[in-house]
Design a protein around this ligand. Structure first.
Ligand SMILES: Nc1ncnc2c1ncn2[C@@H]1O[C@H](COP(=O)(O)OP(=O)(O)OP(=O)(O)O)[C@@H](O)[C@H]1O
Length: 568
């Protein structure tokens, strides 16, 4: 309900307008039918006046005019509500706990949001608004006018409502299961579509697309057959109602014929009014079924919106600069039952340039994510100048941190956006940042210069260009702490040497924590920390470790061997 209320609050003025017009139109639809009775009877007994006809004309004009005006709030609200729900999802992503984020898949997520936002709109707009401003008033107004003409017929109508209620509930159960199948199928299909798109080269090289299409076809089969079933059941509702109304019409004609006390105008009005009284019920049943089914998609969506938030983002003390020391004390961490860090102890001095090295999977990136507050440590403590990391507001920490992740560190936007996001920067500053990261020659080849879009995950750039573009961001930050997780792994040795020298000059005063596989890239760092199986097994300067740490020596030797064999 919380999310519905929020969206209602966002649109309250237009909702009031929409409800008011709806009520007015519902009244007019029935008033028009009732007044028509007077026109027909007036024509039959020649008592009609020109004013009566003009008044009826005015009623018709107002009715059609208001129906047209109704389209504006109707179109506006429908779209606003749908998109407001989508925006709720984006806000959730911005605040969700990182461990929850890691479990989500893009394809399923996108489909869940799409279905959820649609379901939310349908529940609120197509169901509740429709009931409140359209169906209920139409039924009540039509029953009132029927009651005015003949009370006995009103009782017949109530009996008909009970039949309708029973039929609806009978069909609803079957529909639930079908809807669940459709949703799962759609998420599954989107999962294959998105991963095929995102990882196109991988799947193409491995000749996997036929298999992917086969799996997607199965999802398609489930969706199509379920949707067809659903349509047929929905249409059955309308047919049953149409038959019911037909029976009532015939019943009324027989009743009038037998009793002979109603005028022609009353009979004509009754037929229209009965239609008015029943059509909303038919519509109600269909949208009620839809409402119930939409709840299935809505629950999946709210499950997403309710994912654990990272409450540490705003809560806690502000990060105080300048940083003197980060102390990692007996920190352990597990992903589920898999223990990845085991009792890690380390102190990093403010302004120190420290590098984490070690074999793949030894826990380096995990420790980085813990230091950034993305992952929450299970045991031990981390202190930023005697303040526990858990008590520091992450928003305030991120003001002073620059982080280049191991995964693609750029996003779908222009080169300029990738450098400064939504901030302004002078051409001269942009030029310097690109010059220092050796990107000017690449820029010279682009027609639109820094306004060139680099595509999703930076597909229009080479691996090394993406990394250098992300590094160029450092010229626009003023970080106290810089975290580089394999930030230069795609660069050649020569470019890496030049770029890293410039980068280290630029962030001279910051504390730098870098993860690196290529040992030559961190030769100048103040200290190197070696990880193995989730533990720190050595630390010191490059030269110290070469002399005293056989594991480090072994890593270095292997790197040398590899680079020699590549040169040969
Ligand atoms: N989200 C996750 N869920 C479960 N296990 C994970 C997750 N992320 C990482 N791991 C596991 O944790 C271990 C440590 O991973 P981590 O990324 O910290 O290693 P790393 O030393 O940075 O490796 P690399 O040098 O290859 O980047 C690995 O065995 C990895 O499979």
């Amino acid at each position: 309900m919380r999310y519905m209320k929020e969206v209602l609050r966002n649109n309250k003025i237009w909702i009031v307008v929409y409800l008011f017009i709806g009520l007015f139109n519902a009244f007019m639809a029935n008033y028009k039918a009732d007044y028509f009775q007077k026109i027909v009877d007036g024509l039959t007994d020649r008592t009609i006046t020109v004013y009566g006809i003009l008044f009826y004309g005015a009623v018709l004009f107002v009715d059609y005019g208001m129906n047209y005006l109704d389209e504006y709030p109707s179109a506006k609200l429908g779209n606003e509500i749908y998109l407001d729900f989508k925006l709720l999802a984006l806000r959730t992503i911005g605040r969700m706990d990182y461990s929850e984020y890691q479990t989500l898949g893009t394809g399923k997520l996108v489909q869940q949001i799409e279905n959820g936002a649609n379901a939310g709109k349908n529940v609120l707009y197509d169901f509740w608004f429709c009931v409140a401003r359209n169906l209920l008033p139409t039924i009540l107004f039509s029953l009132y006018f029927i009651w005015k003409i003949d009370r006995t017929i009103t009782y017949f109508l109530f009996a008909g409502y009970i039949v309708v209620f029973l039929v609806t509930n009978l069909l609803l159960n079957g529909l639930y299961q079908i809807k669940e199948k459709i949703l799962t199928g759609e998420e599954e299909l989107n999962h294959f579509l998105v991963r095929g798109f995102m990882e196109m080269p991988v799947f193409r090289m491995k000749h996997q697309f036929p298999n992917e299409v086969k799996k997607a076809l199965e999802a398609k089969r489930v969706i199509v057959s379920s949707k067809v079933k659903m349509t047929m059941i929905h249409e059955a509702f309308f047919t049953i109602f149409a038959l019911l109304v037909a029976c009532l019409d015939i019943g009324i004609l027989t009743y009038v014929w037998k009793n002979n006390h109603l005028s022609i105008g009353s009979v004509v009005a009754l037929i229209t009014l009965i239609d008015n009284a029943y059509t909303p019920i038919a519509i109600f049943n269909v949208i009620y079924v839809q409402y119930k089914l939409n709840k299935t998609a809505w629950l999946r969506f709210t499950g997403l919106l309710d994912l654990k938030e990272d409450t540490q983002l705003e809560q806690g003390m502000d990060f105080a600069e300048p940083l003197n020391e980060i102390r990692i004390e007996d920190v352990s961490f597990s992903y589920g039952s898999k223990e990845v860090l085991k009792c890690v102890n380390l102190t990093i001095k403010g302004g120190e340039k420290i590098a984490f090295v070690g074999e793949s999977g030894s826990g380096k990136s995990t420790l980085i994510k813990i230091l950034l507050g993305l992952l929450k440590y299970n045991d031990g403590n981390i202190l930023f100048d005697d303040k526990p990391l858990k008590d520091i507001s992450l928003e305030s920490l991120y003001e002073k941190v620059s982080y280049l992740s191991q995964d693609t560190p750029v996003f779908d936007g222009t080169i300029k956006e990738n450098l400064v996001f939504d901030n302004e920067a002078s051409e001269a500053d942009i030029h310097v940042s690109l010059e220092k990261t050796q990107l000017l020659s690449m820029l010279a080849t682009l027609d639109k210069g820094v306004e060139t879009r680099i595509g999703e995950k930076g597909t229009c750039l080479s691996g090394g260009e993406k990394q250098r573009l992300a590094l160029a961001r450092l010229w626009f930050d003023n970080p106290d702490i810089v975290v580089l997780d394999e930030a230069t792994s795609a660069l050649d040795n020569v470019t890496e040497g030049i770029v890293m020298k410039n980068v280290l000059e630029q962030i001279n005063h910051a504390t730098v924590i870098a993860v690196a596989h290529r040992l030559s890239s961190i030769r100048e760092f103040d200290r190197i920390v070696i990880f193995r199986n989730g533990k720190i097994v050595g630390s010191g300067t490059f030269e110290e470790l070469l002399e005293s740490n056989s594991y480090f020596f072994e890593l270095y030797r292997k790197e040398k061997e590899n680079s020699n064999s590549m040169v040969m």
